[in-house]
Design a protein around this ligand. Structure first.
Ligand SMILES: *Cc1c(COP(=O)(O)O)cnc(C)c1O
Length: 400
């Protein structure tokens, strides 16, 4: 079957909740993927940073296959021999005292919200049912009803109400707005260190540090959603480290499994995650041995292949190269590490047509928020491969 046939079948039988580029991929290796017609592409999205370690990393494939053949799922009714080791390794790597494993990113965010509310009632002594959580315009934290309850994206909400109460939105990057929104019942501020889905929006220097201080002054939990920004994407293990900030709770996911399997987690210290008692929260697949074995290896690869430092260095290299491009369409280029948004001028006619043109040249990336081309290649990319990509970006962006 060829591309057209696969697309026709998908359109007929699969819900239309996405509008993907018309490329049907069938295999991948490192930064490269291949479609069903045998055409090769460089992946410059890396499944929204889930594939930081590159497609089908041989070490991940090996662990995945071996663990699948040994033991895949026990449920948390019983213990398994992988969860304790992942928990210890993740805590040692991140500097947090505890972790809680889930599957998708949205579940990790839901978990963090539940923990923050319970912490608010038990530790901060907020009146029952009154817990208030501050979040930011332009956020992306997932797609559950509770999470879209505080989305500012109309398309994510329309038709899905009634929504979960207890959330308030403030402008991203605005410290005054954070101060003004705090009430006696506020338990947490939930924020992305860089807003990915919004178009790789980097807040003003010092924003997270100031938010940390305010959370301390008012006894709120600072929750950073690092599902996309974490695990090396910005050139640090967690993006909050750029400002020397340690959040009270962190959600991670995506690259935690290197794209092999859905694995997410919440990180926090004992005084926060310790509010959960047996029976309070759970997930059939959360913490399963297959997930834990894969996550352990994915983390080891980040360290062994020095992918975090790589992201910092090659990110700068890519950013410099992009700044050399003479283009009538580029308004600005922003980002950190190998995570870059090319913001197009309003008259450029949107980013989608550029993503489509880049696809023709063999480079896959994703437009986001209408006028931003988002670049996030696997962190295993080489300088030569970056040059290859920049050549294509230049071709597409320099024509008027
Ligand atoms: C992708 C993402 C999520 C949701 O993760 P899923 O695995 O798709 O549920 C949450 N927060 C951020 C910042 C993300 O990028």
């Amino acid at each position: 079957m060829d591309t057209r046939e696969y697309i026709a079948i998908e359109d007929r039988y699969n819900a239309h909740n996405y509008k993907p580029l018309d490329v049907v991929l069938t295999r991948g290796e490192g930064v490269w993927v291949e479609d069903v017609d045998g055409k090769r592409y460089m992946d410059f999205l890396a499944a929204y940073s889930a594939v930081n370690q590159g497609h089908c990393h041989p070490r991940l494939v090996k662990v995945m296959v071996e663990q699948a053949a040994r033991l895949a799922l026990t449920s948390r009714a019983f213990r398994n021999d992988q969860l304790p080791l992942l928990a210890r390794e993740l805590c040692e790597l991140s500097g947090y005292e505890m972790m809680l494993p889930m599957n998708s990113g949205a579940e990790a965010v839901e978990t963090a919200i539940k923990v923050a509310r319970k912490w608010g009632y038990e530790t901060k002594r907020v009146r029952d049912e009154q817990a208030h959580i501050i979040t930011c315009y332009g956020n992306f934290h997932g797609r559950t009803i509770t999470i879209v309850s505080f989305s500012s994206e109309e398309g994510y909400r329309e038709g899905f109400g009634p929504f979960t109460p207890g959330f308030e939105l403030i402008p991203y990057g605005d410290i005054g707005a954070l101060k003004a929104a705090i009430r006696p019942t506020t338990v947490a501020f939930l924020v992305e260190p860089i807003q990915g889905e919004s178009g790789v929006v980097v807040p003003p220097e010092g924003y997270l540090r100031a938010a940390r201080e305010i959370c301390d002054q008012h006894n709120l939990l600072l929750i950073t959603d690092e599902i996309q920004s974490g695990l090396g994407r910005t050139g640090k293990f967690l993006a909050a480290e750029h400002e020397g900030v340690r959040a009270d709770m962190v959600t991670i996911g995506k690259a935690l499994s290197g794209g092999m399997y859905p694995v997410s987690a919440v990180l926090a210290d004992r005084d926060v995650l310790g509010v959960l008692q047996p029976g309070d929260h759970g997930s059939t697949y959360g913490g399963n041995p297959l997930a834990c074995a894969v996550a352990r290896e994915a983390l080891k690869i980040l360290v062994d292949e020095d992918l975090i430092q790589r992201s910092a260095e090659l990110g700068e290299y890519l950013c410099d190269a992009l700044h050399q491009i003479q283009s009538p369409h580029i308004q600005k280029i922003r980002g950190k590490g190998l995570w870059i948004g090319i913001v197009l001028k309003p008259e450029a006619g949107g980013a989608r047509r550029f993503s489509e043109a880049l696809m023709e040249y063999g480079l896959l990336c994703k437009d986001t928020h209408g006028n931003v081309i988002r670049l996030a290649p696997p962190l295993v990319i080489t300088r030569d491969e970056i040059d290859w990509a920049v050549e294509r970006l230049e071709k597409v962006l320099s024509v008027s």
